[in-house]
Design a protein around this ligand. Structure first.
Ligand SMILES: Cc1cc2nc3c(=O)[nH]c(=O)nc-3n(C[C@H](O)[C@H](O)[C@H](O)COP(=O)(O)OP(=O)(O)OC[C@H]3O[C@@H](n4cnc5c(N)ncnc54)[C@H](O)[C@@H]3O)c2cc1C
Length: 121
């Protein structure tokens, strides 16, 4: 088993997975660590199953709360975050938005090579 890596990425959510993939594509060895469990579950894969990820007992959800909110009569509000491979994207209802081409091209223009719209889409 490989025990040394060029990079260790903590958290296999959106950011961690993209980062690990980009580094791997660049020929680097990467250890991607995720504290949550596998996403191979009907709760994650089937849209109607998602309600189960929003129970306080769900292992797929960190089940955070906000601080008491002054402008909400000092109530605390549930703040779900994914604790599973895929992170919050695994419990975000499978909806997604394609980014705006101008944002991608601006990032490329500002020096983030490989992020321009033409390459990614
Ligand atoms: C209910 C809900 C609905 C959403 N709806 C949408 C939507 O419709 N469209 C949209 O674009 N976005 C949506 N989002 C937001 C989107 O899912 C998040 O912005 C995105 O997933 C954040 O990515 P991230 O990589 O920053 O964090 P996350 O995806 O949350 O990933 C963080 C990962 O790190 C792991 N982790 C934490 N601590 C450790 C540790 N110590 N060691 C190892 N691993 C650790 C976590 O378990 C998690 O898997 C939604 C989010 C939620 C919660």
């Amino acid at each position: 088993m490989q025990t040394t890596f060029d990079y260790v990425v903590s958290g296999a959510g959106y950011a961690g997975c993209v980062l690990a993939r980009r580094l791997s594509d660049a020929g680097k060895s990467v250890l991607l660590l995720e504290i949550g469990s596998s996403d191979k579950s009907w709760i994650i894969r089937m849209p109607a199953g998602l309600r189960s990820a929003f129970k306080p007992t769900s292992k797929y959800n960190w089940w955070y709360y906000t601080k008491a909110q002054q402008h909400l009569n000092h109530r605390t509000i549930e703040q779900p975050r994914g604790r599973v491979l895929g992170g919050s994207s695994s419990i975000n209802g499978m909806t997604w938005l394609r980014g705006h081409p101008l944002d991608f091209d601006r990032w490329q223009h500002e020096g983030v090579s490989g992020w321009d719209w033409a390459i990614n889409y």
